[in-house]
Design a binder for this molecule. Structure first.
Ligand code: NAD
Ligand code: 0WE
Length: 268
């Protein structure tokens, strides 16, 4: 039995077939969900129009999260088309390049800090606020994507790490606020994946290699694997889970650097 039958879910953050949102979309479709999609302002529309059919298609709307009128427009449209919303996936993050490169304080600026906070953290609470009346009493769920840099200092992640810490705090405050209305709020902290957001980040390939060597499961993770956990969290199987950050990282965050076994693979 598919676990998301009859669930109406808004999927943000689609940009390419490598996007984590694409892996999530495939799992949601497989589990029977009806989807709607947003893109980050004109210019991105065509990309999402190409990807949406593979995810079963549906409404496609512009939503640059820095623009409140676009956020309001999306939920007013969902209100008239769907009458209610059962799930929202927030898969959005951005910081200006200088703020995620090299020395944290050299790259720090008031404006890049505010941009990172606005797009990567504030926007999740803004979506929760706008979705609230449409989700009330439906046992629905909100989901966001975080990264280990929220809770550890990761080289170069810098200002994004501060924004992810705020995002994870958002998860807890939103869970407390929306719980009495039956709406759950959770996050997935994913291991590194080579998406567009990751391409062009200096040393990312080395990071992936080190990750696979150190992670208990001795490999990298895929967007499809994030998708499966996302489908679970949005489903009624997770009805007692809210305010949580689940690590989908092959166990990487749960081990400390130890003896270098060169990333020994499991024995046959
Ligand atoms: P991606 O580039 O495919 O997706 C990032 C998305 O953010 C894009 O769809 C982009 O359009 C959107 N976006 C940026 N600015 C926006 C704005 N102003 N309004 C609306 N949307 C905007 O990359 P991804 O890796 O799939 O990233 C998705 C999420 O997953 C992000 O929150 C990212 O921080 C998180 N994450 C990524 C990794 C990784 O290694 N790739 C690991 C853990 C968490
Ligand atoms: O959240 C992210 C990356 C998000 C991101 C990516 C970019 C690239 C293009 C935010 N802003 C921008 N700005 C751009 O101009 N990840 C979890 C992936 C990621 O990014 C890193 C990582 C990892 C992992 C940056 C440095 C170190 C590690």
């Amino acid at each position: 039995m598919p676990i998301l039958q009859d669930k109406k879910i808004l999927l943000t953050g689609l940009l390419s077939n490598r996007s984590i949102a694409f892996g999530i979309g495939k799992a949601l479709k497989r589990e029977g969900a009806t989807l709607a999609f947003t893109y980050a302002g004109e210019g991105m529309r065509e990309r999402v129009e190409k990807l949406a059919p593979e995810l079963g298609g549906g409404l496609i709307m512009s939503m640059d999260v820095t623009k409140q009128d676009e956020i309001d427009g999306v939920f007013s449209k969902l209100g008239s088309e769907w009458g209610g919303v059962d799930g929202v996936v927030h898969s959005i993050g951005y910081a200006p390049r200088d703020a995620i490169t090299g020395d944290f304080l050299d790259g720090l600026s008031r404006s890049s800090f505010m941009t990172a906070m606005d797009i990567s953290a504030y926007s999740f609470a803004a979506l929760g606020k706008a979705a609230r009346p449409l989700m009330k009493g439906r046992n629905g769920a909100l989901l966001t994507l975080s990264y280990l840099g929220a809770v550890r200092s990761v080289p170069n992640y810098n200002t994004m790490g501060v924004a992810k810490a705020a995002l994870e705090a958002n998860v807890r405050y939103m869970a407390a606020t929306l719980g009495p209305e039956g709406t759950r709020v959770n996050g997935i902290s994913a291991g590194p994946i080579k998406t567009l957001a990751a391409s062009g980040i200096a040393g990312f390939s080395t990071m992936l290699k080190n990750f696979a060597n150190a992670a208990p499961l001795r490999r990298n993770i895929t967007a499809d694997e994030v998708g499966n956990v996302a489908a679970f969290l949005l489903s009624d199987w997770a009805s007692a889970m809210t305010g949580e950050i689940l690590y989908v990282d092959n166990g990487y965050s749960q081990v400390a650097a130890g003896m270098d076994d060169g990333g020994e693979k499991p024995k046959e």
